[in-house]
Design a protein around this ligand. Sequence first.
Ligand code: NAI
Length: 259
Amino acid sequence: MSGGRWIDLSGQVAVVTGAASGIGRASALALAEVGAEVIAADLDQAGARAVADAIVAAGGRATARALDVTSDAAWRDLERWIADEAHRLDILVNSAGIVGTDRVGDPGTEAYRRIFAVNVEGSLLGMRTALGFMRRSGHGAIVNVSSAASLAGASIMASYGASKAAIAHYTRSAALEVARAGHDIRINSIHPGVIETAMADAFCEIYSGLGPREAVEARMTTGRFGRAEEVADLVVFLSSPRASFISGTGIVIDRAQSA
Ligand code: NAI
């Protein structure tokens, strides 16, 4: 027995989008706990700073960056900053996301466009940025936060589910492409069920017809929503060398809800 930590990401640099809240926040904290230097990126700059401050206060390394994931220019800025200040990028967690409603056949396409811009385009721009560094170093791990909503239809949330299915499919193709190019770069998606975050509140509001929150939770296989920390553990595992033979796949984390 070496006595070392089972997962040790010391010396590795991780960008986490959506790091100010929920799954992104928990992932940023968990990655820092196992030694990664975290770049906490979010539209909500104050929230990202609070997370970075919490990591530093606990003895870790972190920086907060304002980032609108839909902005090509903002990603270019971040790319320059990483090249100048962090000099490397080993891990990307694409967690920034929004949920919204739209009815199939609605005349407007605003909701669809916004949801796809953040959930799909935002993740693609993130992958482009990360792969630039990772192809040069020859290694890296990317975790795209998709959703269990990508696995089945859901009325009044078609665009959200479709956006999450799109990123899951993109994940598989991208993983195949980098593996065939001979890089040690792994790209996976994760598919959480309902997780206790600000988005779960939005979800309950959208489906308020199902009854109060307790009634929604009671329908879950476990009688409760998942916790962001439970998802973060999966993110850390997939980001680490412990998952060295896992790439191009999607892992559902919903305690049998969609089984
Ligand atoms: P959350 O609402 O707590 O956090 C989302 C974060 O993304 C926020 O900090 C927000 O400021 C940030 N964000 C939104 N738009 C952005 C943009 N354009 N640029 C940069 N940051 C932006 O939500 P949660 O639950 O943590 O969601 C994280 C991911 O997990 C999302 O992709 C979501 O679709 C996915 N997910 C969430 C589930 C849930 O039940 N909470 C279930 C399955 C997937």
